[in-house]
Design a protein around this ligand. Sequence first.
Ligand code: 9YT
Length: 130
Amino acid sequence: MIVRNLQEASQTERAVKPDSGNWQSVRLSLKDDGMGFSFHITTIYAGTETHIWYKNHLETVYCMSGEGEVETVADGRIWPIKPGTVYILNEHDEHYLRAHKDMELACVFNPPLSGREVHDKEGVYPVDND
Ligand code: 9YT
């Protein structure tokens, strides 16, 4: 069994912040745990908008606190996010993620992230072929 603590992990390289400063993510479980998914606690900072398009991954996102919205680019639909909301990017949906208040999200990625990934210009994380 593997046991970790969010507070402790946030002081290590498991904590990742992109140059945009829009979010911080503490990657509590990564590919090398061998689970077939990765699990992160992500904070999206109030007043930010992030363009995301996980062409190589599926992601499920559960809101634990805060407030915001997600807009799917294909149809312009806007989905409010509040505590208890889950959104599931089952079609590699291109989207905009906006926070009105700091949002704390629990995120699961399949396939798992391996470590320090941040979004490229298109909002994509690279495919991991190792
Ligand atoms: C919800 C979302 O995808 N936010 C961006 C960060 C991501 N959760 C990550 O890398 O942990």
